[in-house]
Design a protein around this ligand. Structure first.
Ligand SMILES: *Cc1c(COP(=O)(O)O)cnc(C)c1O
Length: 381
């Protein structure tokens, strides 16, 4: 359970992110323990959180990285990840990003369209290089998550449609500067039941069998990320159930001899170790509501405004045992700048410190300077 060093917090400018290193390391250990197979490889989806200190621990744990921009590749290289552990995904890789990735000999491009495949081929040929590619397949699977974070449906912009896969594979086979190493999938994020992953396994088995019959063998299958975390009970479930997650693939995915299995976990690695610490500026009594106005806003943590996400809110300093009911809102000039409505908290007053929990993923990295605000700092235990 994350403990908050309140004495130390008293001298730190709010709002800031507080990261529980012990929990991060315990989470990384749990992943390693749950996936001991030599052919299982976990790549951290760095877009969830690229704080250099966080990256240091993930790098030390021996994980690879899943990047979606040149900036992320640079952040990974700076943190010490070897290029041979970096995969590069994204629907809109620019020419200069592909150039940079080729020059740095990253492990693999996860390619999302035919025109992208052609561009990578041309650029690799110009450099007399061979680019490793995996084709990102849109498997048309409903991950039953928020529609903004489902990615594997036919209507989503991600991946190559199943019907166009034959053409993409045939293209790779003809091009000496492309080496097709496998297929890539990612069906969405914050997935809380394991059923969609089972459906994904079935879909992958069908595809692998189909191509095997045509004499095409893949070296690697990448199943993406998406495992969810318990935003309601971060203390009861600080570490996601990685054992059950990996078991789903163990049980349902038919790995051919020598085939490598790659995972790209983001949220499930870093969400629970981070909290946004914010100070109460005012408690404002409305006619029907009481508002707790805090100094953190959607610029520091945008998930509630962007995805209607809810994070558990905890008053760290209230001396009261009686509760009040509050809307907890930020200072930004947007009505969506609200962390929670009708939150039951111990009586809350100006100066109290609140922790907005489970904010380690898609929190600090999505911070903006809207309203000309300063970016939040970060503190580690
Ligand atoms: C975002 C993303 C991930 C990580 O998703 P999580 O839900 O954070 O685990 C993995 N792979 C790809 C291609 C992604 O875009």
């Amino acid at each position: 359970m994350t403990e908050f060093p309140l004495k130390e917090f008293a001298s730190i400018k709010t709002p800031f992110y507080y990261y529980d290193k012990k929990l991060l390391v315990a989470t990384l250990d749990a992943i390693k323990k749950a996936s001991p197979e030599a052919e299982y490889h976990v790549h951290y989806a760095i877009k969830a959180n690229a704080n250099p200190e966080i990256l240091k621990y993930i790098c030390e744990a021996g994980f690879g990285v899943d990047c979606v921009s040149e900036g992320e590749i640079r952040a990974a290289l700076n943190a010490g990840f070897p290029a041979s552990g970096i995969v590069f995904a994204g629907v809109g890789k620019s020419d200069s990003e592909i150039d940079f990735a080729l020059d740095n000999d990253i492990a693999c491009f996860n390619v999302e369209s035919l025109p992208e495949l052609q561009l990578i081929e041309e650029m690799a040929a110009d450099k007399s290089k061979i680019a490793n590619v995996a084709l990102r397949v849109n498997p048309d699977i409903d991950a039953h998550t928020h529609h903004y974070i489902t990615t594997g449906l036919e209507e989503n912009k991600f991946g190559i449609d199943l019907k166009m896969l034959d053409e993409a594979i045939a293209y790779c086979a003809k091009q000496p500067s492309l080496r097709l190493i496998g297929l890539h999938f990612h069906i969405g994020s914050q997935i809380l039941t394991l059923e969609p992953f089972k459906v994904l396994c079935d879909r992958i088995n069908q595809l692998v069998d189909k191509y095997k019959d045509q004499g095409i063998h893949f070296e690697s299958i990448n199943v993406g990320g998406g495992l969810g975390v318990d935003y309601d009970n971060p203390d009861a479930n600080p570490i996601p159930d990685f054992k059950s997650y990996f078991d789903i693939f163990r049980t349902n995915l038919k790995l051919e001899q020598g085939m490598q299995l790659h995972f790209e976990l983001g949220r499930s690695i870093v969400a629970q170790c981070g909290s946004l610490i914010t100070k109460v500026l005012y408690v404002k009594e409305g006619l029907k509501k009481k508002f707790v106005i805090v100094d953190a806003g959607m610029t520091d943590l945008i998930r509630p405004a962007l995805y209607q996400a809810h994070h558990k809110i905890q008053n760290l300093t209230s001396k009261y045992t009686e509760n009040g009911v509050y809307d907890v809102v930020g200072p930004i000039c947007e009505s969506s700048d609200c962390f929670g409505t009708d939150e039951t908290l111990p009586i809350t007053q100006r100066g109290d410190l609140l922790a907005i929990r489970s904010a380690g993923a898609y929190g600090e990295i999505m911070a903006s300077q809207y309203n000309c605000r300063a970016l939040p700092g970060s503190v580690f235990n």
